[in-house]
Design a protein around this ligand. Structure first.
Ligand code: GLV
Ligand code: MN
Ligand code: MN
Length: 419
């Protein structure tokens, strides 16, 4: 262990970790290799049971908060000091792979287990968090657990969230066995001394450059919007073209406007996606009377993201006016980018150097629970390469060697922070 010359070297049980990642991947709403674990689904509940068991096997004490964030703790010799945190999520979007989030939860358990095996004695407590609903699938809003922990969403707004079937967060968490007031999810000020999340890169840079470790200096700011369009339905044969108010076509114009606006934003980091597009009644011989879109718009810079949003809104208004369609355009979230803490970044970098691993400072284009932990704690992330940069698809893959290196860097970094 690098924090003291007298301590033995830490070793990662790479095979054991790979087995646990594979076991968790089999807990899914869809057949392998697809992983789907939507918040509070039966698979998510079984996944949570797996996480609790894995935490206990790593010798950690488990507790859960009223929104289902799971905390696995190793008390330090001075438990009154702010703890050092790590962790990520195990929920998975439909048709996902097995590494997104999971590497940061099971990998952190392994990092702590390796520190224990090495005889390390932390001064600060070490705590791994499995955050509830990093993915937005159920409620349309990502990072629900970490958002509440950071106080970045009001309890009223969180409690009022509804899924597609109209069920509220309060209903669903109660059914999942999570009681207690949501307001108690918020962390007391200064709860974490530092927070470090291990994650697959979800992009192609590390693999292309042949660099095993990325250290995150910035996380791009995500935002998302809900657009509901009301047109006029009718018979696909009988309603002649000049008389139409087709909600789907207005939506199609808006989707293309998103692409145009992000391409013209002036920043290569602006990205926009229409990942949800539903129409009603959804019959081949009926003019769509309603369309529903969700727009995901992100940028490392707020000015270019705002410019793109203004353009999208303007084009949407024009498209709707031209087609006699009415529109509701609502913001779901508009989160600012986050900066990594320079000292924590430097400590992670030093751990890489000590281990003889090359590292690269990076921007995370995906969002993570660290976006919110960075608001309440010095934070950074450790990235590892993933094949072809693939993520959010079943082909997602990181080699056991890369995962072990990431866990090793995490263990050394947590050890330095907790010593
Ligand atoms: C997280 O999963 C994201 O969409 O960036
Ligand atoms: Mn994801
Ligand atoms: Mn993730």
């Amino acid at each position: 262990m690098s924090t003291s010359n007298s301590e033995p070297k830490i070793t990662i049980d790479s095979a054991g970790l790979a087995r646990r990642i594979d076991e968790l991947a089999l807990i899914s709403e869809a057949p392998a290799p697809v992983v789907t674990r939507v918040l509070f689904s039966e698979a998510d509940m079984r996944g949570r049971e797996y996480v609790r068991r894995a935490a206990r096997e790593a010798g950690l004490a488990v507790r859960e908060d009223p929104v289902g964030n799971i905390f696995a703790r190793w008390d330090g010799s001075e438990p009154g000091l702010p703890a050092v945190g790590s962790g990520s999520h195990t929920d998975a979007i439909p048709n996902a792979g097995r590494y997104d989030g999971v590497v940061g939860v099971l990998g952190a358990f392994e990092a702590l287990a390796a520190l224990k095996r090495a005889g390390f004695r932390p001064r600060r407590s070490l705590e791994v968090v499995m955050f509830t609903s990093e993915e937005p699938t159920r409620f349309g809003l990502g990072c629900l657990g970490s958002r509440l922990m950071a106080g970045s969403i009001s309890v009223k707004k969180a409690a009022a969230l509804r899924d597609r079937e109209g069920r509220t967060l309060d209903e669903l968490r109660a059914a999942a066995g999570y009681a207690g007031p949501l307001r108690s999810v918020r962390l007391p000020p200064g709860y974490y001394h530092a927070f470090v999340e291990l994650h697959i890169e979800q992009g192609p840079i590390l693999e292309k450059e042949g660099i095993p470790i990325g250290i995150v200096e910035h996380i791009a700011g995500p935002s998302s919007y809900r657009v509901t369009l009301h047109g006029e339905g009718g018979h696909a044969g009988a309603v002649l073209m000049p008389a139409r108010h087709d909600a789907m076509l207005a939506g199609a114009e808006i989707a293309l406007a998103v692409e145009r606006a992000v391409l013209n934003s002036g920043s290569p980091d602006t990205v926009g996606t229409v990942g949800v597009f539903r129409i009603e009644p959804g019959a081949v011989n009926s003019v769509p009377f309603k369309a529903y879109l969700e727009i995901d718009l992100r940028d490392a810079r707020l000015d270019t993201r705002s410019k793109a949003l203004a353009e999208i809104r303007g084009s949407a208004v024009k498209a709707c006016e031209g087609r006699g369609v009415s529109m509701e355009f609502e913001e779901i979230n508009a989160d600012p980018p986050a900066a990594g803490d320079p000292e924590t970044v430097a400590i992670a970098e030093k751990s890489c150097a000590k281990l003889g691993l090359r590292s690269l400072r990076m921007v995370s284009r995906a969002y993570h629970d660290s976006l919110f932990m960075a608001r309440v704690s010095p934070t950074t992330m450790i990235f590892i390469p993933c094949r072809n940069g693939w993520s959010h698809r079943p082909e997602e893959f990181s080699t056991p060697g890369h995962i072990a290196s990431g866990v090793e860097v995490l263990a050394h970094t947590l050890g330095r922070l907790a010593a």
